[in-house]
Design a protein around this ligand. Structure first.
Ligand code: NAD
Length: 292
């Protein structure tokens, strides 16, 4: 190489190395996220991802004890100033409104909503009581409506747009054995997201959906009724179930809470600025495959 060219390359490499060492600007700095079901599982993993990008996070959940321990862990890692908790049942209209009011007091508003709080409880259709049906509908379908309605009010008033992320389910697109109430409620979340995407677009409020396939690790859902209710189909051996889900997926991998958090981060960030009314299935290729 001519001497000047070699010098230029060396200079460029040094500059590049300097850039690599510089702290990268945090992509959610100055943003406030309210995460329902934030006390554990997918919600807590999403909160951690947002905090790592500089957001302030309000963890909203019905489970006070779980909120306290998740707060300790996140505040220990990211600092006490950027995390708050509020006990809230997503089916309680007044409690949802109070949670937004508290978030405004603590952090000044809401730019990102992650609607994620949920249960999974189902049965064969003949055994599905009205109570069980209504439980799924009220926590999932109605709960998602209530928290996003309040998000829309706040975001419109703020006037700078926002991002609403629904954690729905692969079961909102495809049927799952003996789970008509859960699947129908999840399908309604997905369609609610499409309707809200249309309503929010002009104000710059984007609404998108992340559909997990089975996330067994860290999820309370897989410790309770859901597992027992499906024992006749799948058994209750969690490791065996993980293996079953892994084997039937295209990628032969299990989905983890952090994988859902990554997709929820994409939809919250400017990287997805041109995306609304859309779905990411985080499923290792399960939705599109007939491998079972
Ligand atoms: P999880 O049980 O670990 O977390 C759900 C959280 O929601 C809990 O902290 C719970 O206390 C809270 N919650 C439940 N009812 C509530 C209510 N009425 N008001 C407020 N908070 C309430 O489960 P997860 O696996 O993290 O599930 C999160 C979301 O992901 C749910 O909507 C679930 O349907 C969905 N999902 C999970 C899976 C999976 O396999 N884990 C798969 C597909 C979709």
């Amino acid at each position: 190489l001519p001497e000047q060219e070699a010098f230029d390359i060396e200079y460029w490499l040094l500059e590049e190395a300097k850039l690599q060492r510089m702290p990268k600007p945090k992509s959610l700095a100055g943003r406030v996220a309210l995460v329902t079901g934030g006390a554990g599982g997918i919600g807590a993993a999403t909160a951690a991802r947002y905090l790592s990008e500089g957001a302030c996070v309000m963890l909203a959940d019905i489970d006070e004890a779980a909120l306290a321990s998740t707060y300790d862990s996140l505040a220990g890692t990211f600092g006490k100033d950027v995390v708050r908790t509020v006990q809230m049942n997503v089916t309680d209209e007044a409690a949802v409104q109070a949670a937004y009011a508290y978030t405004a007091v603590e952090f000044g508003g809401v730019d990102i909503l992650v609607s994620n709080a949920g249960i999974a409880s189902s049965a064969p259709v003949e055994e599905t009581t009205l109570e069980l049906w209504n439980k799924n509908m009220s926590i999932l379908s109605t709960g998602y409506f209530l928290v996003s309605r309040e998000a829309f009010k706040v975001m419109r008033t703020q006037g700078i747009g926002g991002s609403v992320v629904f954690v729905a389910s692969k079961n909102g697109l495809a049927a799952s054995p003996n789970a008509s109430a859960y699947c129908t409620a999840k399908a309604s979340e997905i369609h609610l997201a499409r309707c809200l995407a249309l309503e929010g677009a002009e104000a710059g409020i984007r609404v998108n959906v992340v559909n997990p396939d089975a996330v067994l690790r860290g999820s309370k859902i897989w410790e309770g009724e859901w597992l027992n209710q499906r024992a006749s189909t799948y058994g209750t051996d969690k490791e065996g179930l993980e293996e079953m889900y892994r084997n039937r997926s295209m990628l032969k991998r299990n989905v983890l809470p952090e994988d859902i958090a990554e997709a929820a981060y994409f939809f919250a960030s400017e990287q997805s600025a041109k995306s609304t009314g859309n779905i990411i299935n985080v499923d290792a290729g399960n939705v599109q495959a007939f491998t079972r």
